[in-house]
Structures are given as structure tokens and as C-alpha cells.
Design a protein around this ligand. Structure first.
Ligand code: ADP
Ligand code: MG
Length: 715
């Protein structure tokens, strides 16, 4: 595919296949995303693409490699055709310029020079144009072929009729083809670099590894050959080839790829290690668990590739314009021709033809088709390098216009590993250990971070847990179960009130703790408070800085939490957030997000992705804060794999930079056409200049998109 019109054609072809719901074809990645009814055979899609005049194959790892190879081949073919065309066109131009003292080439010699340029170097334009016309479409190949073909044929007829002194336009055809080939070649070189970021991620995985066979003998094998369960020896300084678990030895591993943290993480027997990360000091033996497409790295790469082939909504405008552009231009060119032929030149065919050709050439919408997808591709690739995974281009587009950022407290603003700070008892009758044992015995069944803190505290104080029955979890409220036949309830103040449990005795104590930013979890037995557990989570060290940056980027930053208001305010104060919504249940979080949306516009909701799912879903952009490699990518619109709060302002800045880049590209793409077409029509633009401008527009669009590779957040 060479331009937006090709995209439209392939999309139309796929759309016609029965059972196809949604089609989106991407020029930069040369991929199609097709949503179909279940059971639709892939072959019928491939056939539909073939029928539109193109080719397709299912996307897999080899296909991607083959495409890369094919692109490299196209590049070198274009280069060869360009150089040959240039060598033949240069004398043609020099010796037809009527410079005093410079001899004029005979029309027959010109014909000999131009024919290989048109037939061989520019042959592709004609065959592709023919394919397009056969599919009842008109694209840029049609425009180029008509332009150069008419100049060539007219001159050929003249030469045959009038011999060596005929008035001919061979140099126009040759120059157009040469310049457009140059543009195509530059474009193909630049296009190959749009995938650099992703390629650098893929290359993090070493090509080979040292496998240990049954006898413990070492053998070097390629990563593709490693099977789950096999043992691999990793030496200091080596990259880890697949995901796995250490079974012998210990070391430190640089996981900055996944966590952004450059200090190596200590690893011992049982620790998980990930493909692409770097072993720092020790040597160890690992057992492969995730290989091939299963590694975290491969999943990230796949995710980014999918996103790169999605279409940004902003492109719909460009697509609509392109769909009507070519036919309109063809008509316009004919009108231009007729006007010049009949009214201006009084029936001079050659002069009218030149203007006709100029209009056709300058009108090519090829840069228009590249404007959005190349910027999206480079932007998303750069994002991945920065630990930002966007589901698709539209997520990025919505991120760019965000007005409000809502942050979940636990796990987002705090590191998400709360620790028990104190266990308070109601009165002397109660025993601290009893409170802890009761609470932990129930909490051991819960996945909540607070629950885990309680269980850890119980374990480290050496008490043993009791069996429980009838465990119930109330999301956002607490948990309950029967311990020793008595009902134990562990949870929030509000929940206690709902259960008609009086809060007496230690309310003051609770308030003191909450003012310090500690979460208070009440413990009750048989409807009586026996004590409380104060739990605190460390605020992420970068929180204040990240929030300051956010405040500069959006209108409002909110803290949203199910925790007590006092705790939320205290945390908010420490990090510079005054807008606090506290004591909300998970399902109310979504309603809060909706009300902010109606008041303020686009809302970005940032959460841990588990109990915040409804809020993430209603927000314009749901952002999941990952915790390194364990991150469940695919749950949110944007996943920040590094768990670093600064990634949030980073991603807004990147989204805005990408959108700005797209708009610049659309400007570059439109400006040449809009200025050029009228100029060409009134005869102020020669076909040769027109083809230079057209080549330049594609190259400038792709080069501009490549600037995004060097995007750096303003930290
Ligand atoms: P957040 O909005 O901070 O993620 P949640 O909605 O998960 O908080 O929970 C809100 C509040 O409910 C917590 O602050 C805690 O007091 C209480 N809670 C929830 N689950 C539990 C549990 N398993 N044990 C004790 N308290 C809980
Ligand atoms: Mg939460």
C-alpha cells in the first residue's frame, strides 16, 4: 500500500466479506485489524485483500520478520530504480533547457533516454495504477501514471510525426518519475525507522542461551528451542533469555526494563526472573517457565504492536477527505485541461497537457495517509520504552485532552504494601494478641492489601491463626467470619454503624491515628468492639513531584479512596492534593468519576485495576498502575508498567506531543495540496516542481514523526 486511497480500498474490500463487523487498516504498520463473527475463516479475509489488488497473510512472528525483509528489499529496489532514473534524466534535463551554447538533444535520443525511465524505473506506477483501476479505484499511482503517461505518449506521437525537431515533453515525464522515486525511497528508509523503539525492545531478548542437559552439561541453544521446565545457566552480565524461576544460586538482576528502577533487585532460589532483564553479579541456574510468546517481554511487544496498528479517531477526517479527494481532483484536472485548451491556449494540446499533468501530480494524497499512523507508531513505540503501554491510538488521543486526573490512594499514591503500625485494645480486659489473632484469622481469606498487612503482622508476632467458617467479604467495607463460633467483623467505621455496632471507648484514639494518615480497621466480636488495628502505607517518594507536574498539565487532581476522610486528607496534605473524595464504595467510585466528567470534561482515572475496575471503565482514560512484571496488561486503556507516579505526567506529555505531531503532519500533508492545486491549475506550477513538492511532503511527514523517537518527559 502506498497511500491513504490504498487503505480505503483494502478496507472496502474487507468490509464486503460477510460476517465482518469492523475493519481498520493501517498504512504505517501495513496491518489490518478485523473484527468478525466467530468462525469466519482467515482465508476469506486474505482472499478479499487479494481481490482488492494487494496481498495479506496472518500476522505472526515470522510474518513480521518477512515483512521487515520485504521492506528492506523494497527500499533497495527503489534506490536502484532511482539512481538509474537519475542517471538518464540528468542529461535529458540539461540538454533540453535551451541554454545558449549547449546543444539540444534530438527527440529520438530523448526517447531513447526516457523510455527505460518510464517503462522500467516507473513501471511500478503503471502496474499499480492498472490494479487500482481494475478494482474501480483511483489512487496516487493513477494520478502519477496518467500524468507521466500522457506526457510520454503525447511526445512519442510528436516524435513519430515530426522527427528529431519535434516539440516534446519527455523530460517532464522523466523528472516526475525520478523525483517521486526519490520521495518513495526516502520515505521507505524513514518508515523502517518508525519501528526502532519496538525493535530495541525485542532485541533485549538474547538470541541464545546456555541450556543444561540431564547430565548437567552445558550447551548453547537458540532461545526458540528452550522448552518450559528446562534448566538454563546464567552468568554475570548476561541477559536473561526467557521467564523463569531461580533453582540454584543467587544474584541481583537489573529489571529497569520492567520497573524503571536501575538498582539491581536481589534474587535467590525461588525468585522469578524475566526475559530481557540483565543479571548483574552472581551466576545462577533458572528453570524456564515462560517461553516464546508467553514471556512478559513478548506480551508487552505484542500489546504495543496491536496498539500501533490501531487507528486514531483524528484520522477519520483525513480518511473522509481522501475518499473523495482523488475523484474530485481528477475532475478538477480535466476541467483545468479543458479550460486551458479551449479558452487560454486556443487549442494548443501540449500546453494544456502540462497544466493537466501538474494538477494531477500535486494532488496526490500520499502524505495524508501517512500523517497520523506514522506519528502514532513512533509515539506508541517511544511510550513503551518509557514504560507506558497504551491500548490503542484513541486512548492516547483522549489522554491528550484530559482535564481531570483522579488518583486512587492505595497502591497508586502509596506503594501498596501497607504495614500494621499499632494494635489498640478497647480496655484492659482485652488482649492485643486476641485482637490480632481474630482479625488475621478472618483476613487470611481476603486478597485486600490491608488484609495481607494484618496477616503478616500476626505471622511476625508468632501467634497462630484459628480456623474460620462462613467467611464473607464486603468490598470497600471489610470482612467477617465465625471464629470459635463467634461472629468476628473486621472493617470500617461506616460498616460497623451499618451493623449497629456501637463505637465506644477508643474513638479518640482512632481519630488521632487517622490524622497521622493511618488507616484504622476496627475489630469486633459478637457485636462488640474489642480493638483496632492501625495500618499505614508508605507514600511513594516521587508522589509530590509527580502531582506538581500533573497540576501543571490538567485543571484538577483528585484523590479518591474508600478509606476514612481524615486519613485521605492527611495523605492529600502530604502530597499536595486538596481535592479529596473519601469513604466511597468501589461502585460509587464510578459515579464520582461520572460526575467529574459532566462538570469538567475528560477524566483520567488511575487505579490498581482490581477493585477500581468500574471506575476505570467509565473514565475517559483508565490507567492501571502496574507493579513491574506482575502487571496484568490489557485491563486498562493505559498501563504504567513501572508503577512510578511520574509515568502519569510523562504519559500526558507524550500523548500531547503525539497529537501535536499528528496535527503538524496533517498540516504538512494538506498544505502542499491546497496551495499547489490552484497554482498548478492557473499555470504557476510546473509538473516537475509539483512532483518535487509531493515527494517532499511525504518525506517531511515521516521525518517529522520520527522526531517523536527523541521525546523526553519534562521532569
Ligand atoms: P481504596 O479505595 O483505598 O482502594 P477499598 O475500597 O479497597 O480502599 O476499601 C475501603 C476501606 O474499606 C479500607 O480503607 C478499609 O478500611 C476497608 N476494607 C476493605 N477491605 C477490607 C479488609 N479486607 N479488611 C479490613 N478492612 C477492609
Ligand atoms: Mg484499591
Amino acid at each position: 500500500m502506498t497511500c491513504a486511497a490504498c487503505v480505503a480500498r483494502v478496507e472496502k474490500g474487507l468490509q464486503r466479506v460477510p460476517g465482518v463487523a469492523n475493519v481498520s487498516v493501517n498504512l504505517a504498520t501495513e496491518t489490518a485489524r478485523v473484527e468478525t463473527k466467530p468462525g469466519l475463516a482467515l482465508d476469506s479475509l486474505v482472499a478479499a485483500v487479494k481481490k482488492s489488488g494487494y496481498g495479506a497473510e496472518p500476522k505472526d512472528k515470522e510474518a513480521i520478520q518477512r515483512r521487515e525483509d520485504a521492506r528492506a528489499k523494497t527500499s533497495s529496489q527503489l534506490a536502484m530504480r532511482f539512481w538509474v532514473a537519475l542517471a538518464l534524466t540528468t542529461p535529458l534535463l540539461i540538454f533540453t533547457m535551451h541554454i545558449p551554447g549547449v546543444p539540444h538533444l534530438s527527440a529520438w535520443v530523448q526517447l531513447a533516454l526516457v523510455t527505460p525511465v518510464v517503462v522500467w524505473a516507473g513501471g511500478g506506477f503503471f502496474t499499480n495504477a492498472w490494479k487500482a483501476l481494475r478494482g474501480r479505484n483511483a489512487d496516487m499511482n493513477v494520478l502519477v501514471a496518467m500524468g507521466t503517461g500522457s506526457a510520454y505518449l503525447y511526445s512519442l506521437v510528436q516524435t513519430i510525426q515530426h522527427g528529431e525537431h519535434a516539440k516534446v515533453y519527455f523530460e517532464v515525464a522523466a523528472a516526475i518519475i525520478t523525483l517521486i522515486l526519490l520521495g518513495r525511497w526516502m520515505e521507505s528508509l524513514a518508515k523502517r525507522r518508525t519501528g526502532d523503539a519496538l525493535r530495541s525492545l525485542i532485541n533485549l531478548q538474547p538470541p541464545s542461551a546456555n541450556r543444561l542437559n540431564e547430565n548437567g552439561k552445558e550447551e548453547e541453544v537458540s532461545v526458540e528451542d528452550i522448552q518450559p521446565g528446562e534448566r538454563i545457566l546464567i552468568r554475570p552480565g548476561e541477559r536473561i533469555p526467557v521467564d523463569g524461576q531461580i533453582i540454584e544460586g543467587e544474584s541481583a538482576v537489573d529489571e529497569s526494563l520492567l520497573t524503571g528502577e536501575s538498582i539491581p533487585v536481589d534474587k535467590e532460589v525461588g525468585s522469578k526472573v524475566y526475559a530481557g532483564t540483565i543479571n548483574a553479579s552472581g551466576a545462577f541456574v533458572m528453570k524456564a517457565t515462560g517461553v516464546g510468546e508467553q514471556t512478559t517481554l513478548a506480551r508487552i511487544v505484542n500489546f504495543v504492536q496491536q496498539a500501533q496498528s490501531s487507528k486514531a479517531p483524528i484520522q477519520q477526517l483525513a480518511d473522509k477527505v481522501t475518499a473523495i479527494f482523488v475523484p474530485v481532483v481528477l475532475m478538477f484536472a480535466v476541467v483545468t485541461f479543458v479550460a486551458w485548451f479551449v479558452f487560454v491556449t486556443q487549442f494548443s494540446l501540449p500546453d494544456s497537457l502540462v497544466h493537466f499533468v501538474a494538477v494531477l501530480i500535486i494532488a496526490c494524497p500520499c502524505a495524508l495517509g501517512l500523517a497520523t499512523p506514522t506519528a502514532v507508531m513512533v509515539g506508541l513505540g517511544r511510550a513503551a520504552q518509557l514504560g507506558i503501554l497504551a491500548r490503542d491510538a484513541s486512548a492516547l488521543e483522549r489522554m491528550a485532552v484530559s482535564k481531570v486526573v483522579v488518583l486512587d490512594k492505595t497502591g497508586t499514591v502509596t506503594i501498596g504494601r501497607p504495614e500494621v503500625q499499632a494494635v489498640e485494645v478497647l480496655n484492659d480486659k482485652e488482649n492485643q494478641n486476641d485482637v490480632l489473632v481474630n482479625a488475621a484469622s478472618v483476613e487470611v481469606n481476603s486478597e485486600h492489601p490491608l488484609a495481607k498487612a494484618v496477616v503478616r503482622a500476626a505471622q511476625s508476632s508468632g501467634v497462630s491463626l484459628k480456623p474460620v467458617m462462613q467467611f464473607v467479604a464486603a468490598p470497600g467495607k471489610g470482612v467477617s467470619a465465625k471464629v470459635d463460633g463467634k461472629t468476628v467483623l473486621v472493617g470500617t467505621e461506616t460498616w460497623l454503624k451499618q451493623n449497629q455496632i456501637p463505637l465506644d471507648g477508643i474513638v479518640r484514639k482512632a481519630m488521632d491515628l487517622q490524622q497521622k494518615g493511618q488507616t484504622v480497621v476496627w475489630v469486633t466480636v459478637e457485636g462488640q468492639v474489642t480493638g483496632l488495628i492501625a495500618i499505614a502505607d508508605t507514600i511513594k517518594p516521587e508522589a509530590s513531584m509527580a502531582i506538581e507536574r500533573l497540576k501543571r498539565l490538567v485543571n484538577q487532581v483528585w484523590l479518591l479512596t474508600g478509606d476514612h476522610e481524615t486519613v485521605a486528607r492527611s495523605v492529600g496534605n502530604q502530597i499536595g492534593i486538596n481535592n479529596v473524595i473519601a469513604s466511597v464504595l468501589p461502585e460509587q467510585k464510578a459515579a464520582q468519576v461520572q460526575s467529574l466528567q459532566s462538570e469538567q470534561g475528560h477524566v483520567v482515572m488511575v487505579g490498581d485495576g482490581v477493585n477500581d475496575a468500574p471506575a476505570l471503565a467509565v473514565a475517559d482514560v483508565g490507567v492501571a498502575m502496574g507493579a513491574g512484571a506482575d502487571v496484568a496488561i490489557e485491563t486498562a486503556d493505559i498501563t504504567l508498567i513501572r508503577g512510578d507516579l511520574n509515568s502519569l505526567p510523562d504519559s500526558i506529555e507524550l500523548a500531547r506531543a503525539t497529537m501535536k505531531n499528528i496535527k503538524q503532519n496533517l498540516f504538512f500533508a494538506f498544505i502542499y495540496n491546497t496551495i499547489g492545486i490552484p497554482l498548478a491549475a492557473i499555470g504557476l506550477l510546473s509538473p516537475i516542481i509539483a512532483s518535487a513538492a509531493m515527494a517532499l511532503s511525504s518525506v517531511s511527514v515521516v521525518t517529522n514523526a520520527l522526531r517523536l523517537r527523541r521525546f523526553n518527559p519534562r521532569r
